[in-house]
Design a protein around this ligand. Structure first.
Ligand code: AMP
Ligand code: GLY
Length: 412
């Protein structure tokens, strides 16, 4: 088979690497990819992610058997719809189904209608109503922009003052819908579920991300600063409960709504005193959870996708190892940062999944999140040490990273 991966981040680097190991696969292409992905695939950097017609043409010319769409943007723009209409198979939901991620209000309404546990919410479109809400509800309050924001459109306001500041930013262009949410307390985890309409294959290994920019879970929300799996301090029974209360019901709900979801559904969940609740759905693999989960997954990803297509059960097998990934990001991320900073110590090793590097007289930074150093080991401590050892081989004045990835598991 020939596989085309769409996207340019670390997640797509890991997906391309994983499918390149499949016995079913002959060629792997990535559009647009990045300069580091040549270690696992043919990088087609001349086509952009949003050039849908050119992607269709490329897929036809190169006899692509499956297109795997990595990021949310092309999904919500309907790339899957366009490819499918041309008879090209796609792993990734259509435009309408991708709204579970693309619109927080759409996802919230769906969960409300089908009794899927999530934080209570109000959709507030005017600044005056928002101010009234803050007067009536004590902090903490969670405010979410109602569109794609690369993990950065969320403010967890711990005080009234922070909530007021957030309002100034969220309504800066006048009235627009903002989701106001009840604050949930508990352990967060990321559960990936393969979905074909009402049929699902949940991952039986969960991962944990680190959303905040700095050590100790301080600083602004980011796309994710590191991840690890398995998460041994979250019991298998909680994962099972999450599947019963969330994964199966959401697939059933989307089926009843005629959404015809095909692809990966990410359940961002939080284990509260009242049980697991949804924080967010994503219509694609989490980044950086994908990189650690696919490293630990032994089952062929193409075989999973084929089983999913046929709605056949498949047992996923996992390495005994724990896998840890630490993100190296540009200083300043998730706010503005300087690109083009030299990076030394990287030589295309497969222990790194790269999201923001370009080759330009040596490696230079080219994005917010730049690369993820992967370590594995028989124990969590070994895996953490292995991944920080790989971090230490990289030198650059332009990068920072968290020193405490996997701290929740280490301290529990
Ligand atoms: P989201 O983009 O919706 O995943 O939100 C980003 C991060 O904000 C989450 O990973 C949580 O850490 C935090 N967060 C979002 N919603 C809530 C909530 N209702 N209660 C507490 N924390 C939240
Ligand atoms: N790591 C969370 C996300 O991909 O949105």
């Amino acid at each position: 088979m020939n596989i085309l991966v769409i996207g340019s981040g670390g997640r797509e680097h890991a997906v391309a690497h994983k499918v390149s190991q499949s016995d079913h696969v002959k060629e792997v292409y990535v559009i647009p990819g990045n300069d580091a992905m040549t270690n696992v695939a043919t990088v087609v950097g001349t086509i952009a992610e949003n050039e849908h017609e050119r992607i269709v043409e490329f897929a036809r010319d190169h006899r692509i058997d499956w297109v795997i769409i990595g990021p949310e943007q092309p999904l919500t723009e309907g790339l899957a719809d366009i490819l499918t209409a041309q008879g090209i198979k796609v792993f990734g939901p259509n435009r309408q189904a991708a709204q579970v991620e693309g619109s927080k209000s759409f996802a919230k309404q769906l969960m409300k209608k089908y009794n899927i546990p999530t934080a209570a919410y109000d959709l507030i479109s005017s600044r005056d109503d928002a101010l009234a809400y803050i007067e009536e509800h004590p902090a903490p309050i969670v405010l979410k922009q109602d569109g794609l924001a690369a993990g950065k459109g969320v403010v967890v306001a711990m005080t009234k003052q922070e909530a007021l500041e957030a309002i100034n930013e969220l309504y800066v262009h006048g009235d627009n819908p903002v989701v106001f949410e009840e604050y949930l307390e508990g352990e967060e985890f990321s559960l990936m579920v393969f979905v074909n309409d009402d049929f699902i294959i949940p991952f039986d290994c969960i991962a944990q991300d680190h959303k905040r920019a700095f050590d100790g879970d301080h600083g602004p929300n980011t796309g994710g600063m590191g991840a690890y799996c398995p998460v041994s301090h979250i019991d298998g029974s909680i994962v099972e409960l999450t599947n019963q209360l969330i994964s199966y019901p959401i697939a059933e709900a989307m089926h009843k709504e005629g959404l015809d979801y095909f692809g990966l559904l990410y359940v961002g969940a939080i284990m509260t005193q009242q049980g697991p609740k949804v924080i967010e759905f994503n219509a694609r693999f989490g980044d950086p959870e994908c990189q650690v989960l696919l490293t630990r997954l032994e089952t062929d990803l193409i075989e999973i996708i084929m089983a999913l297509e046929n709605k056949e059960a498949i047992t996923l097998s996992w390495s005994e190892d724990t896998v840890v990934g630490v993100v190296l990001a540009s200083k300043g991320y998730p706010a503005s940062y300087v690109a083009g900073m030299p990076v030394h110590g990287y030589h295309g090793e497969l222990d790194y999944y790269v999201s923001g590097l370009k080759q330009d007289d040596g490696w230079k930074t080219d994005g917010g999140r730049v690369m993820l150093a992967v370590g594995r080991g028989k124990t969590l401590t070994e895996a953490v040490n292995a991944s920080y050892e790989r971090v230490s081989r990289i030198t650059s004045d332009g990068l920072f990273y968290r020193n405490d990835i996997a701290h929740r598991a280490m301290n529990s």
